[in-house]
Design a binder for this molecule. Structure first.
Ligand code: CTP
Ligand code: MG
Length: 230
Protein backbone atom coordinates (compact mmCIF):
# COMPACT_ATOMS: atom_id res chain seq x y z
CA UNK A 1 0.00 0.00 0.00
CA UNK A 2 1.69 3.17 -1.25
CA UNK A 3 5.09 2.87 0.46
CA UNK A 4 7.88 4.63 -1.43
CA UNK A 5 11.47 4.71 -0.18
CA UNK A 6 13.56 7.81 -0.87
CA UNK A 7 17.29 7.12 -0.82
CA UNK A 8 19.60 10.13 -0.55
CA UNK A 9 22.79 8.85 -2.18
CA UNK A 10 24.24 12.00 -3.74
CA UNK A 11 26.97 12.68 -1.18
CA UNK A 12 30.64 12.69 -2.13
CA UNK A 13 31.85 10.55 0.74
CA UNK A 14 34.60 12.97 1.69
CA UNK A 15 35.16 11.56 5.17
CA UNK A 16 35.45 8.06 3.73
CA UNK A 17 38.02 9.35 1.23
CA UNK A 18 37.70 6.35 -1.08
CA UNK A 19 37.92 8.30 -4.34
CA UNK A 20 34.37 7.35 -5.36
CA UNK A 21 30.97 8.71 -4.29
CA UNK A 22 30.18 6.74 -1.13
CA UNK A 23 27.08 5.14 -2.63
CA UNK A 24 29.27 3.35 -5.17
CA UNK A 25 31.96 2.21 -2.74
CA UNK A 26 31.99 -1.60 -2.63
CA UNK A 27 31.79 -3.62 0.57
CA UNK A 28 32.38 -7.30 -0.05
CA UNK A 29 32.37 -6.40 -3.75
CA UNK A 30 28.84 -4.93 -3.70
CA UNK A 31 28.25 -1.13 -3.74
CA UNK A 32 26.76 0.33 -0.57
CA UNK A 33 23.80 1.69 -2.51
CA UNK A 34 23.00 -1.71 -4.02
CA UNK A 35 23.02 -3.25 -0.55
CA UNK A 36 20.80 -0.48 0.83
CA UNK A 37 18.22 -0.77 -1.96
CA UNK A 38 18.26 -4.56 -1.82
CA UNK A 39 17.50 -4.41 1.91
CA UNK A 40 14.56 -2.07 1.35
CA UNK A 41 12.99 -4.39 -1.23
CA UNK A 42 13.75 -7.49 0.88
CA UNK A 43 11.53 -6.08 3.61
CA UNK A 44 8.63 -6.85 1.30
CA UNK A 45 6.81 -3.59 1.99
CA UNK A 46 8.39 -1.26 -0.57
CA UNK A 47 7.51 -1.31 -4.28
CA UNK A 48 9.21 1.87 -5.43
CA UNK A 49 12.59 3.32 -4.54
CA UNK A 50 13.59 6.85 -5.59
CA UNK A 51 17.35 7.43 -5.51
CA UNK A 52 18.97 10.87 -5.42
CA UNK A 53 22.28 10.08 -7.11
CA UNK A 54 25.44 12.13 -7.57
CA UNK A 55 24.60 14.23 -10.66
CA UNK A 56 27.54 12.81 -12.63
CA UNK A 57 26.60 9.21 -11.81
CA UNK A 58 22.89 8.99 -12.63
CA UNK A 59 23.45 6.53 -15.48
CA UNK A 60 25.68 4.13 -13.56
CA UNK A 61 23.35 4.23 -10.56
CA UNK A 62 20.46 3.41 -12.87
CA UNK A 63 22.35 0.48 -14.34
CA UNK A 64 23.31 -1.09 -11.02
CA UNK A 65 19.98 -0.60 -9.20
CA UNK A 66 17.31 -1.14 -11.89
CA UNK A 67 17.58 -4.97 -11.71
CA UNK A 68 16.83 -4.91 -7.96
CA UNK A 69 13.16 -3.93 -8.31
CA UNK A 70 10.54 -6.61 -7.68
CA UNK A 71 7.79 -7.41 -10.18
CA UNK A 72 5.34 -4.50 -10.25
CA UNK A 73 7.86 -2.12 -8.70
CA UNK A 74 10.63 0.12 -9.98
CA UNK A 75 13.76 2.02 -9.11
CA UNK A 76 13.74 5.70 -10.12
CA UNK A 77 16.99 7.64 -10.28
CA UNK A 78 17.38 11.41 -10.33
CA UNK A 79 20.21 13.87 -9.74
CA UNK A 80 20.55 14.84 -6.08
CA UNK A 81 21.12 18.31 -4.64
CA UNK A 82 23.89 20.22 -2.90
CA UNK A 83 22.89 19.17 0.63
CA UNK A 84 21.29 15.99 1.90
CA UNK A 85 18.04 17.86 2.60
CA UNK A 86 17.98 19.07 -1.03
CA UNK A 87 18.37 15.50 -2.23
CA UNK A 88 15.47 14.36 -0.03
CA UNK A 89 13.30 17.26 -1.17
CA UNK A 90 13.94 16.45 -4.84
CA UNK A 91 13.21 12.75 -4.34
CA UNK A 92 10.02 13.50 -2.40
CA UNK A 93 8.77 15.88 -5.08
CA UNK A 94 9.49 13.24 -7.73
CA UNK A 95 7.61 10.54 -5.79
CA UNK A 96 4.55 12.71 -5.20
CA UNK A 97 4.52 13.78 -8.85
CA UNK A 98 5.34 10.53 -10.63
CA UNK A 99 4.33 7.59 -8.41
CA UNK A 100 0.56 7.45 -7.97
CA UNK A 101 -0.74 6.51 -4.51
CA UNK A 102 2.36 7.61 -2.57
CA UNK A 103 0.95 7.86 0.96
CA UNK A 104 3.86 6.67 3.12
CA UNK A 105 7.49 7.57 2.50
CA UNK A 106 10.66 6.18 4.02
CA UNK A 107 13.87 8.19 3.93
CA UNK A 108 16.88 5.89 4.04
CA UNK A 109 20.56 6.77 3.75
CA UNK A 110 22.51 4.77 1.20
CA UNK A 111 25.27 4.83 3.81
CA UNK A 112 23.19 2.57 6.14
CA UNK A 113 23.66 -0.27 3.71
CA UNK A 114 23.26 -3.17 6.17
CA UNK A 115 19.96 -2.18 7.78
CA UNK A 116 18.06 -5.41 8.51
CA UNK A 117 14.75 -5.74 6.63
CA UNK A 118 12.87 -6.24 9.92
CA UNK A 119 13.76 -2.66 10.93
CA UNK A 120 12.26 -1.42 7.63
CA UNK A 121 9.09 -3.39 8.33
CA UNK A 122 8.80 -2.08 11.89
CA UNK A 123 8.98 1.51 10.65
CA UNK A 124 6.39 0.93 7.91
CA UNK A 125 4.03 -0.82 10.32
CA UNK A 126 4.21 2.01 12.85
CA UNK A 127 3.32 4.59 10.18
CA UNK A 128 0.52 2.36 8.93
CA UNK A 129 -0.75 2.16 12.50
CA UNK A 130 -1.23 5.93 12.44
CA UNK A 131 2.07 7.47 13.58
CA UNK A 132 2.84 10.46 11.33
CA UNK A 133 6.61 10.11 11.84
CA UNK A 134 8.71 7.17 13.03
CA UNK A 135 12.43 6.71 13.62
CA UNK A 136 14.46 3.61 14.49
CA UNK A 137 16.61 4.21 17.57
CA UNK A 138 19.26 2.61 19.75
CA UNK A 139 20.06 3.28 23.40
CA UNK A 140 23.12 5.42 24.13
CA UNK A 141 25.91 3.43 25.75
CA UNK A 142 28.45 6.24 26.24
CA UNK A 143 27.94 9.06 28.70
CA UNK A 144 27.27 12.24 26.71
CA UNK A 145 28.41 15.72 27.77
CA UNK A 146 27.19 19.09 26.58
CA UNK A 147 30.06 21.59 26.28
CA UNK A 148 30.36 25.33 25.73
CA UNK A 149 32.36 27.07 22.99
CA UNK A 150 35.58 26.49 24.98
CA UNK A 151 34.94 22.79 25.34
CA UNK A 152 34.10 23.09 29.04
CA UNK A 153 31.38 20.73 30.19
CA UNK A 154 28.14 22.51 31.05
CA UNK A 155 25.78 19.54 31.44
CA UNK A 156 25.52 15.77 31.52
CA UNK A 157 22.12 14.76 30.09
CA UNK A 158 20.51 11.68 31.58
CA UNK A 159 21.72 8.91 29.27
CA UNK A 160 18.61 6.83 29.89
CA UNK A 161 16.55 9.46 28.09
CA UNK A 162 18.84 9.69 25.04
CA UNK A 163 18.64 7.68 21.80
CA UNK A 164 20.81 7.33 18.71
CA UNK A 165 18.71 7.78 15.58
CA UNK A 166 19.02 5.68 12.42
CA UNK A 167 17.21 5.33 9.11
CA UNK A 168 14.87 4.45 7.47
CA UNK A 169 12.71 7.19 8.95
CA UNK A 170 9.05 6.77 8.02
CA UNK A 171 6.45 9.47 7.41
CA UNK A 172 2.98 10.23 6.29
CA UNK A 173 3.99 11.69 2.91
CA UNK A 174 1.96 14.88 3.45
CA UNK A 175 3.69 15.53 6.78
CA UNK A 176 7.16 15.16 5.26
CA UNK A 177 6.17 17.48 2.40
CA UNK A 178 4.96 20.09 4.88
CA UNK A 179 8.22 19.75 6.83
CA UNK A 180 10.34 20.27 3.74
CA UNK A 181 8.24 23.21 2.57
CA UNK A 182 8.48 24.89 5.99
CA UNK A 183 11.86 26.53 5.48
CA UNK A 184 12.98 25.06 8.82
CA UNK A 185 16.38 23.40 9.22
CA UNK A 186 17.39 20.22 11.03
CA UNK A 187 20.04 17.54 10.67
CA UNK A 188 17.52 14.83 9.84
CA UNK A 189 14.02 14.58 8.40
CA UNK A 190 12.43 13.67 11.72
CA UNK A 191 14.04 16.77 13.19
CA UNK A 192 12.20 18.90 10.63
CA UNK A 193 8.90 17.20 11.42
CA UNK A 194 9.54 17.64 15.14
CA UNK A 195 9.95 21.38 14.59
CA UNK A 196 6.47 21.47 13.06
CA UNK A 197 5.20 20.19 16.39
CA UNK A 198 4.30 16.77 14.98
CA UNK A 199 5.10 13.89 17.36
CA UNK A 200 7.90 11.55 16.26
CA UNK A 201 7.55 7.95 17.46
CA UNK A 202 10.39 5.46 17.88
CA UNK A 203 10.86 1.77 17.10
CA UNK A 204 13.85 -0.45 17.86
CA UNK A 205 16.76 0.06 15.49
CA UNK A 206 19.66 -2.36 15.02
CA UNK A 207 23.42 -2.03 15.29
CA UNK A 208 23.84 -3.36 11.72
CA UNK A 209 22.09 -0.16 10.54
CA UNK A 210 25.23 1.80 11.43
CA UNK A 211 26.07 4.66 9.09
CA UNK A 212 29.24 4.04 7.15
CA UNK A 213 31.01 7.40 7.36
CA UNK A 214 34.74 6.82 7.97
CA UNK A 215 37.36 4.26 6.87
CA UNK A 216 36.95 2.71 10.34
CA UNK A 217 33.23 2.15 9.70
CA UNK A 218 34.01 0.60 6.32
CA UNK A 219 36.48 -1.77 7.92
CA UNK A 220 33.91 -2.73 10.55
CA UNK A 221 31.36 -3.43 7.83
CA UNK A 222 33.82 -5.57 5.86
CA UNK A 223 34.88 -7.49 8.93
CA UNK A 224 31.54 -8.05 10.65
CA UNK A 225 28.69 -7.61 8.24
CA UNK A 226 29.56 -8.93 4.82
CA UNK A 227 29.62 -12.62 5.77
CA UNK A 228 26.11 -12.55 7.15
CA UNK A 229 24.52 -10.68 4.30
CA UNK A 230 26.54 -11.14 1.11
N1 CTP B 1 23.56 12.82 0.62
C1 CTP B 1 22.80 13.24 -0.46
N2 CTP B 1 23.00 14.48 -1.02
C2 CTP B 1 23.96 15.29 -0.54
C3 CTP B 1 24.73 14.89 0.59
C4 CTP B 1 24.51 13.64 1.15
O1 CTP B 1 21.95 12.49 -0.94
N3 CTP B 1 24.14 16.47 -1.12
C5 CTP B 1 23.36 11.48 1.19
C6 CTP B 1 24.64 10.63 1.20
O2 CTP B 1 24.85 10.06 -0.10
C7 CTP B 1 24.36 9.61 2.27
C8 CTP B 1 23.42 10.35 3.23
O3 CTP B 1 22.97 11.53 2.54
O4 CTP B 1 23.70 8.44 1.79
C9 CTP B 1 24.11 10.71 4.52
O5 CTP B 1 25.18 11.61 4.25
P1 CTP B 1 26.70 11.36 4.66
O6 CTP B 1 26.83 10.11 5.45
O7 CTP B 1 27.22 12.65 5.20
O8 CTP B 1 27.37 11.02 3.23
P2 CTP B 1 28.33 11.94 2.37
O9 CTP B 1 27.78 13.33 2.33
O10 CTP B 1 28.53 11.23 1.08
O11 CTP B 1 29.69 11.88 3.21
P3 CTP B 1 30.65 13.12 3.61
O12 CTP B 1 29.79 14.06 4.44
O13 CTP B 1 31.75 12.47 4.37
O14 CTP B 1 31.12 13.73 2.31
MG1 MG C 1 27.68 14.51 4.19
Amino acid sequence: MGVVALVPAAGRGERLGYGLPKALVPVGGVPLLVRAVRGLFEAGRVQHVVIAAPPSDVDIVNTVTAPLAPAGGAVHVLAGGAERSDSVRLALAYALREIPGTTIVLVHDAARAFTPPHVVRAVVEAVEAGRPAVVPVLPVTDTVKQVDADGVVVATPDRAALRIVQTPQGFDARVLLRAHESGLHATDDAGLVERLGVPVATVAGHQDAMKITTPFDLAVAEALLVGGQA
